[in-house]
Design a protein around this ligand. Structure first.
Ligand SMILES: [Zn+2]
Length: 510
């Protein structure tokens, strides 16, 4: 998932084959893979699942100060191919902005049309599901094109959405995640994910798609997005800029009048660190840590395929940082601390960078099984990252500091949890955090130690290759490990993730 709740700080002190790819898929969509490194485009095109939804979005950022609560108007052409395997007569969209916590639904669909005719929409789940009635049944493999217009009342200085759907008046920066209607994500086991927007965890679950997004904005706004700029027209103080982001898990826009950039490059990926003007001193360090993470994990997990990765300073509420597609947001408070080696700051940067594999590339239903991305990500960033960067002694120390100490306190407090549990079904946010950020990583550490380096990382590469731009389940990850070892993974998996047996690990000195 995408969030390290701030509670963590308080506590601290034969593998499934990929679907056959189609090398000519890009020609179906007219969305070139310009966001992918040139030398990887053919490989990525061949790996992309068939039938990815294509979004062609137009959005207008108003001239007036967003602090005044101006509405942002958008429109999109959504080309959906029925990959459900059965005929459908309606298509559910998620309006994740409309969580139960929002005072009024910030995101409203104004119109939906198919073939020039209005398509009826039914709203449910606190207006976070908008089901569009199709004009006729859509057989498996058939395509429908939906034209939609929508309005977003961007919240201002609003903590409701962790800060990822918010205009910050202090830095005059707008963060727009889940700002448009997106086709509901599909869980391989249970189908359309239509649960209420998560309270404890990551709010967004999507299938990767093909994105062309054209933004019209005042020219004094810097546009930071999940995509790569391909076209720009500047006229009369406004800019119209087109971005391509294919394939991408989602599309996020950040506009700012104040953020300052610092760039570095690693393995063909440009890393851009964006900070407030008074925090530029920290920016090179943040960029370096991000570059370190790519250098550590490119060989271990398979090369990060996109040409860019951006790190943005922004106010985050009830979390430390949030991963987004080809970017992540670091909470403003980090930038006021010392940027020391081995700090919680460096750990968090590494954590979010690892999400570029386990979230951005391999999706999972984090409502149902948050631990397979969060737990794995937290293990790789709290332990493996530091071990590879600075040596085993360092890795031992950060594992102790970021994982084991919390786990010991959790067991001693008689607060053991079952890890593989639906996010919002945990009794408290603290129990959720303990499960996915503390106990789950130690389960993955145990699997790593049982398998050894070679088999463990080979299995993770298999997993990334097979489920890149798809949605994986816990069984898929377990099978990936089992495929590469004679160790009985089920026993370790069940002990750590499906039972409350943590006291045994404390006694054996985990
Ligand atoms: Zn995370």
């Amino acid at each position: 998932m995408r969030i390290i709740p701030i509670i963590v700080l308080a506590l601290l002190t034969s593998l499934l084959p990929g679907m056959p790819g189609r090398a000519d898929l890009t020609s179906d969509t007219s969305a070139p893979l310009v966001a992918i490194k040139p030398e990887l485009r053919a490989e990525i095109a061949a790996l992309m699942p068939e039938g990815m939804t294509a979004y062609d979005i137009r959005v207008t950022i108003p001239d007036d100060d967003l602090a005044l609560g101006q509405t942002i108007e958008g429109g999109q052409t959504v080309t959906y191919i029925n990959v459900t395997g059965e005929p459908i007569d309606s298509l559910p969209f998620r309006l994740y902005a409309n969580s139960i916590a929002a005072l009024a639904p910030p995101l409203v669909i104004n119109s939906a049309q198919i073939g020039g005719q209005d398509a009826p929409i039914t709203y449910s789940v606190h207006d976070s599901v908008a089901t569009v009635q199709l004009d006729q049944a859509l057989a498996p493999g058939e395509t429908v094109t939906i034209e939609m217009t929508f309005s977003l009342a961007l919240p201002v200085d609003d903590p409701t959405h962790y800060g990822i759907l918010n205009y910050d008046t202090d830095s005059r920066t707008a963060v727009m995640a889940h700002w448009y209607p997106v086709v509901a994500g599909r869980d391989p086991n249970t189908g359309w994910m239509l649960d209420p927007v998560s309270i404890f965890g990551d709010p967004i679950f999507t299938d990767a798609g093909l994105y062309t997004v054209t933004i019209s904005a005042p020219s004094n706004q810097t546009l930071i997005t999940s995509g790569v700029e391909t076209e720009r027209v500047d006229d009369s103080g406004r800019s119209t800029v087109t971005f391509e982001a294919s394939p991408s898990r989602d599309f996020v826009i950040i506009t700012s009048e104040t953020l300052v950039s610092y760039e570095t490059e690693v393995d063909g990926t440009t890393i851009t660190s964006w900070t407030r003007p008074d925090n530029t001193g920290v920016s090179p360090q943040v960029a370096t840590w991000t570059a370190n993470a790519l250098e550590v994990f490119n060989p271990l997990l398979g090369e990060y395929p996109w040409t860019q990765l951006q790190v943005i300073q922004a106010p985050i509420y009830s979390a430390a940082a949030v991963e987004l597609p080809q970017m992540f947001i670091m909470g403003t408070s980090f930038y006021r601390q010392a940027a020391d080696t081995g700090s919680y700051f460096e750990f968090t940067v590494a954590h979010e960078a690892v999400h570029m594999w386990f979230y951005s590339q391999v999706g999972n239903n984090q409502y149902a099984h948050a631990f397979i991305d969060e737990g794995l990500t937290n293990y790789l960033s709290a332990d493996v990252y530091f071990r590879v960067m600075y040596g085993d002694e360092y890795g031992d120390a950060t594992r102790q500091r970021f994982l084991v100490g919390d786990f010991r306190r959790m067991i001693e407090a008689n607060a053991d949890v079952i890890v593989d549990f639906p996010t919002d079904s945990f009794p408290t946010a603290s129990a959720y955090v303990s499960a996915v950020y503390t106990k789950a990583p130690l389960g993955f550490a145990t699997i790593h130690e049982a398998m050894g380096d070679e088999a463990f990382f080979a299995s993770l590469q298999d997993y990334v290759t097979a489920f890149r731009f798809r949605v994986a389940t816990p069984a898929d990850l377990e099978a990936a490990f089992q495929h590469r070892t004679d160790v009985v993974i089920r026993e370790i998996w069940s002990h750590w993730f499906e039972r409350r047996e943590g006291a045994l690990d404390i006694r054996s000195g985990a």
